[in-house]
Design a protein around this ligand. Structure first.
Ligand code: LLP
Length: 413
């Protein structure tokens, strides 16, 4: 459930008219509903309440400081994958004991920063990384906690680019390597191996692959008599973009909790999309309409640099008028495309809709996760503004970039 709804002909975010925000802030524009973010977080928290898990919001899905702050204030931790995300987590006030750090390529400076901050865990993804974390910890005279990220070789049904738990992906270590790491843990004097971590992919609509992966990992611990305290099952819970029927948080918890309870391990989850996707929209303005041969195009001011999901994963995002037309004007199929000079620059293809007029606003739904956070300056397009709505108020929480921002740090020589 989200809080983008029509009242009369106007799309509202909570109690604010989306067209009012666009009139003040311009387009393209991201709008987030603070209370939807909090609702989604609460849903997971309540579903797993019986084991008091640590829920670490995946910063890569939406790194906006106000989004992070809202969730941290509600009790969430954060899942980070870079020094930049650590920097954001600190600014948002995430307490160190609620920060977990994954990623296959952590640099020394990033590791040092995270140790200094005193994060809960490094989710370590290779033996060489483990050696480096150990050396960094030694140089700071600290002992740090790690969880071993295991690649359980479990396939999931989602886009190939966002499967992360199959044997041939770059993520985690296989069971043999994990065993070697545990067996030689005495070598890493400045490290305590206190957990295991898995993350098998994203936009997964049912709990079965999670169960398979968890069972494999728990079986591995059991078989080798390895003792840890934490089980981190990553993120990946799917959401509705179109006709998907994903598990609910309670349905998901119902299938996962029996395994977790039996293991007696403390549970960590790293949801990103589940919390953020349907908490945000991209608002874009129609510039022109045109017909080439049989194809009809609606050209809007938002593009693949603002929302790359359709281009990169052929992802479907519902597109709604910010103000519904008075009468049913002509309905046809359109490609909704941006100004970027690439054929792959589209927000939707062959989408049946009422023809909008130039100047009309469209809302690209479900854009709160992996929207702004994956945006770029391609074609020297300033990044969009971001607004957060809370009840009947809205706040610009990231200003639209200027042309000056585009060349910041550049010199001519
Ligand atoms: N934990 C780890 C270690 C991850 O790598 C990810 C996402 C998550 C948690 C959060 O996963 P979520 O709950 O959001 O599924 N850009 C793609 C998704 C990439 C996901 C990368 N890892 C997209 O737009 O679909």
């Amino acid at each position: 459930m989200h809080r983008f709804k029509y009242i009369g002909r106007s799309l509202f975010c909570e109690k604010v008219k989306v067209s009012d925000i666009a009139a003040k802030v311009g387009t393209p524009l991201y709008v987030y509903s603070r209370n939807t973010l909090l609702d989604h977080y609460a849903k997971i928290k309540e579903a797993f309440a019986s084991v008091s898990p640590l829920i670490c919001f995946s910063v890569k899905s939406n790194s906006n400081l106000s989004v992070l702050r809202a969730l941290v204030k509600a009790g969430a931790g954060v899942d980070i994958v870079s020094g930049g995300e650590l920097y954001r987590a600190k600014l948002a006030g995430a307490p160190p004991e609620r920060v977990v750090y994954a990623g296959v390529g952590k640099r020394r400076d990033e590791i040092m920063d995270a140790i200094r901050y005193g994060i809960l865990f490094f989710n370590v993804e290779s033996e060489e990384e483990l050696t480096l974390v150990n050396a960094c910890a030694a140089s700071l005279g600290k002992k740090v906690n790690v969880a071993v990220r295991i690649n359980p070789d479990v396939d999931v049904s989602t886009h190939d680019y966002i499967k992360t738990g199959k044997g041939q992906t770059k993520f985690g270590v296989n069971f043999d390597t994990a065993k070697r790491i545990f067996r030689s843990s005495w070598k890493y004097r400045n490290i305590a191996i206190r957990g295991v971590h898995i993350h098998i992919g994203s936009q997964i609509l049912n709990p079965q692959p999670f169960r398979r992966a968890i069972k494999k990992v728990l079986g591995f611990l059991d078989k080798n008599s390895l003792l840890v305290e934490y089980l981190n099952i990553g993120g990946g819970m799917g959401v509705v973009y179109s006709l998907e029927k994903p598990q609910t948080a309670t349905g998901f918890a119902g299938k996962i909790l029996p395994l977790v309870r039996k293991s007696n391990l403390k549970l960590i989850l790293e949801p990103g999309r589940f919390i953020a996707a349907n908490s945000g929209i991209l608002v874009t303005m129609v510039l022109f309409r045109k017909k080439n041969g049989q194809k009809r195009f609606i050209i809007v001011d938002g593009a693949m640099n603002d929302l790359i999901r359709p281009s990169l994963y052929e992802a479907y995002h519902e597109i709604l008028p910010v103000t519904k037309p008075r009468r049913r004007a002509s309905v046809a199929r359109y490609d909704i495309v941006g100004p970027v000079c690439e054929t792959g620059d589209f927000l939707a293809k062959n989408r049946k809709m009422t023809e909008p007029a130039s100047g009309d606003l469209l809302a690209v739904m479900g854009s709160g996760a992996y929207g702004y956070s994956m945006s770029s300056n391609y074609n020297s397009r300033p990044r969009a503004a971001e607004v957060i709505v809370d009840g009947n108020k809205f706040f610009v929480v990231k200003k639209r970039e200027t042309y000056g921002d585009l060349v910041r740090g550049e010199t001519i020589r």
